[in-house]
Design a protein around this ligand. Structure first.
Ligand code: FAD
Ligand code: NAP
Length: 339
């Protein structure tokens, strides 16, 4: 039987270390335990919130209802041929440790996503991406349980509607499913993806870069550039990089000739949100007990404040960027407990 506790502090369960409580909380290690937790929620009329590593959350206040920490474990190879393998990962597997395990087994493709915090089950929620690779590039399917009905659903890549840091789980299916397993197709032969300039530069001296070298290089770049949440609580990039159309890009460049941008599909361009925030004067700013990291304007940090304080700072940044550049920045972490 699962144990359901009440008024549980979530401060140690979110990388921003924000103080907030779950009205009810339980940890589950199997689909059978999930069924028990959902029965409890249904019979007590409680809303359900899924929790993984807590690295993409903004807890603006206490969370009403039942918070379910998904701690299912297991990594299994279910299919293999000369060039590829299909691997099933349980939702509670730590993302980075899973990559290390895959490298040991000779399963390749995830290296560019090394050191992203959090667990496997949350990876499809925002189609995690870094250094030129996104989860959807390797994704086969996922297994999920409908929170309202308890039914199991298998969803393929198309059904997940992946986009740039986006999926159906942020829209139509927001807070509707608990993901229990993710299947990925990985390479059985070493291959590397060095299309991201910072990575290519880091490995320029290697005549034959290996996947292990790519993973090590990504870890080194990230450790040098990003604040470690264990030392300075943060949730990584706080805003998504906005996309602008050709007309808006032209007008932005007329006013800001030095603005960096990256061309994307169908005439759209991506503008680094960090640049917009920096130009708006927020980099390194401290406001009470929250602030903007001094080296990474995209990373908001918590010095002991609350979710409400952090959200107020985020809203201030959004207003300033909107006024200066006519760009509406979208908050990346999922917000819970907002009154
Ligand atoms: P949580 O924060 O626990 O949850 C996030 C959302 O997913 C919530 O809505 C939650 O309800 C839901 N959820 C969690 N698990 C499940 C489940 N099993 N079923 C259904 N819903 C679920 N992201 C990137 O894309 N690229 C990066 O390079 C990157 N770098 C980061 C660096 C730092 C320092 C930090 C702190 C964060 C970074 N992130 C990055 C954001 C974050 O690590 C990822 O989004 C990660 O996938 C979140 O996983 P989690 O287990 O911590 O999810
Ligand atoms: P960076 O290399 O300083 O680049 C700044 C931004 O410009 C990035 O967000 C990246 O977009 C974009 N960019 C750079 N070169 C690009 C290219 N050749 N083509 C297209 N876009 C390009 O970024 P960083 O802050 O150090 O982060 C490095 C990588 O880790 C990025 O992929 C970033 O997304 C990821 N990351 C994500 C989080 C998070 O919480 N989501 C946190 C830290 C790092 P993309 O973001 O689209 O790659």
């Amino acid at each position: 039987m699962i144990e359901i506790a009440s008024q549980v502090s979530l401060q140690g369960y979110n990388t921003l270390a924000l103080p907030a409580c779950a009205e009810y909380f339980c940890s589950v290690t199997s689909e059978q335990q999930i069924a028990q937790a959902l029965d409890y929620a249904r019979s007590h009329n409680l809303q359900v919130t899924a929790l993984g590593g807590g690295s993409n959350l903004l807890l603006a206040g206490d969370i009403a209802g039942l918070v379910i920490y998904l701690d299912l474990r297991g990594i299994n190879c279910v299919d293999s041929c000369k060039d590829s393998v299909t691997i099933e990962f349980a939702a509670g597997e730590n993302w980075h440790k899973a990559i290390e395990y895959c490298l040991q087994q000779g399963w390749y493709g995830l290296e560019n996503l090394s050191l992203i915090p959090g667990n496997m089950g949350a990876a499809p929620i925002q189609n995690i991406g870094a250094y030129g690779v996104e989860l959807c590039d390797l994704f086969v399917s996922l297994r999920a349980i409908n929170i309202a009905t308890g039914e199991v659903l298998i969803m393929d890549r198309q059904a997940c509607e992946f986009g740039y840091r986006d999926s159906i789980f942020k829209h139509k299916y927001s807070n509707c499913y608990l993901i229990t397993q993710v299947s990925l197709e990985l390479w059985a032969q070493p291959q590397v993806n060095l299309q991201y300039p910072a990575l290519a530069e880091a490995l320029a001296a290697e005549s034959e870069p290996t996947p292990e070298m790519v993973s090590a290089a990504v870890c080194a770049i990230r450790s040098a550039k990003l604040p470690d949440p264990a030392q300075i609580p943060n949730a990584g990039s706080f805003f998504k990089n906005p996309m602008v159309d050709a007309e808006q890009l032209k007008s932005l460049l007329a006013d800001n000739p030095k603005m960096p941008f990256y061309s994307a599909d169908n005439g759209w361009s991506k503008v680094p949100a960090a640049w917009l925030i920096d130009q708006s004067g927020f980099r390194g700013l401290r406001s009470g007990n929250v602030g903007v990291h001094r080296d990474q304007a995209l990373v908001l940090v918590n010095f002991g404040g609350t979710g409400a304080e952090l959200l107020a700072l985020a809203n201030r940044i959004q207003s300033e960027v909107l006024e200066r550049f006519a760009i509406a920045l979208e908050i990346e972490p999922r917000i819970y407990g907002q009154s």
